[in-house]
Design a protein. Sequence first.
Lengths: 376, 381
Amino acid sequence: MASQQVISADSHMMEPADLWQTRLDSKFRDDAPKVVPNEKGSGYLFVAPGVRPFPVAGGFGIGKSGQELKEHLKKGYEAARPSGWDPAERLKDQDIDGVQAEVIYTTLGMPLFGLDDADLQRACFGVYNDWVAEFRSHCPPRLHPIALISLEDIALGVRELERCAKLGLKGAMIWGVPPEDKPYHSEIYDPFWAAAQELKLPLSLHVVTQRNQKGKGKGVATLGGARFLMGTMGPVYQVQRTLSSFIFGKVFERFPGLRIVSAENDSGWIAHFMYRLDHMYDKFGTMTEETRLEMKPSEFVRRNVWATFQDDMIGPMTHKYFGENNFMWASDFPHTDSTWPNSLKVIEQDFQGVPEDVKHKIVFENAVKLYNIELN
Amino acid sequence: MTAQHVISADSHMMEPADLWIERVDRKFGDKVPRVIKGDKSGYVFIAPGLPPFPVAGGFAAGRSGEELKEFMKRGQEEGYITARPSGWDPVERIKDQDVDGVQAEVLYTTLGMSLFGLHDADLQRACFKGYNDWLAEFCSYNPKRLIGTALISLEDIGEGVKELERTAKIGLKGAMIWGAPPRERPYTSKEYDPFWAAAQEMQMPLSLHVITGKKPPKSEEERKKIRVARDQSFVRGYMNLIHEVQRSLTDIIFGGVMMRFPKIKIVSAENDTGWIAHYMYRMDHAFDKFGALMEQPLDMKPSEYVRRNLWATFQDDPIGPMLFKFFGDSNFMWASDFPHTDSTWPNSLKVIEQDFQGVPADVTRKIICDNAAKLYQIDLN
């Protein structure tokens, strides 16, 4: 394993508590998202207007589970690794884990996809994008942050996407699930898909970035508990719905070069999802012009969809059917789900029975190609 | 593939148009579900509060695309004339089994599926009882090859237990319950415990079949809409159909039902199999991370309950068999879905041969025959 090259295609920043307070334009300062002590319990909460308060320690619960995690959630930034915001520290943590480069997503920005105030959302995302571009500049070959784009206004979204490309950001997150009355197959988004295709910027649908955040106004988000566990499949259902919208809404037909990344939604369900798409299409899809496609649904998945996953060993098991060129391994550093600092061990275990060349593609090459990563 | 025994673990009856008119108490009057010929819509199955269902979808075995479109049109105009009589005639049924090379079938309802959405509990119980009696008569023609699955209403748990006991006595081998219960009464609720206990005691497998969930009442306008396989929302919706039962299973597992009733047998019917390995991985992953934070922790990993208490039927989904090393060699059960649109009939043996490429012969035998024989105690000799 010594010479195994590895890229994490989905890791995270941990934003400083006052990122938005210090950087937002003064007119937004009163509404700035911020981290505050949890007055009713312990630990610290991330709060923003209309967004469900989120215990920040969940953003750096790395390597913790069970009782230990329960204790950890009571903590604040003192328990976080500084590599969440300090690029010099970040490279050290990559080295500890044996990872050469990371594609880096937001942490606290995820709930901001649920903001109701479009102006505030754009302002927050702009601030974040500037900040991560600075972070990246410390070591561009190894640090690949992903921009945050608001699609409340499509034209402004196009502009910000172009700005981010110039800043050197390698991809962009959009709502994981758009508003119900504005599904992604609506043609209002076409200028944005056109821009992303033109700029060759992959667009990511990351877990927990939906427009309508469940439990809004219901008090602090809680982890654990039977109800929480029963929701464990929820994100998978969400991304399946969104992908179906892209496929049957003919977005991939209109934009053959569009690249959509399913981020942190696992990989083991995709082969079956593709089978079911094709089965349904063979039976029912060819009956009318409205539902007829120029290729089989699974062919769009093969051409236009990538997927990141951590320790889901089922995806690699289905590589003969799908994934050899589209799966991308990820460490999810520094979140609770992360494989850090044991990533190489986890990879070795989960890829048993997978040929070396396929493994190399999934843990390294696919991300290199998708994001044009130049390590040397 | 010669001499290979095959059991379809999920096939369907096609109820006569007047089944419930004949068999349900007259006091229910016009409310009794029936098949009518509408002005524009052709032959549709109607029941109080439910959207009309074009019956031809129930007997379109072996058709797809353009051919299906034509068939549905003809079926809507001509109704039951286009159906194979094996849907209600047991003599014909055995012949159609032979055409397909199938030795036995586990039989589910067709029109009864939508009746799981009925909001009138008395009417639902009466309809289910009428169906159960009819099905038992059908199966009595050849009990070794016709394995009947009862319909059980859980609107009233006590009544549900009674009907389960009664259907076991008249020879039915398993029971369907809501694929998804009403939102305010999830399967995590302990009110169902007497029913789980009875099913465990009688060793009756309980089936969660696709599209048998109970939904909130629909508006007048929604009800008038006829379900047609035409638009984009239908094709997208088809992908989500299986989420309903997946959610119920998650409730049953994390709600501790399989912990409290270690011998309960739950069957996921017609929801495919290719997703289950990942589903098990994902539940275990969540449980390892967060399980200690549960109010009442489980005493095994979620995947261990799946291995012990869950079976799953599927038709031409090749991903399930592909993952048999992880799960399924003792729990998957192949099915033909005869006589529905999705059916593999009359090419089942060919489909099996194709989908089980690379799967060892002994594993194939279990999935296409032995697992169902064991679960339903089917005597093939």
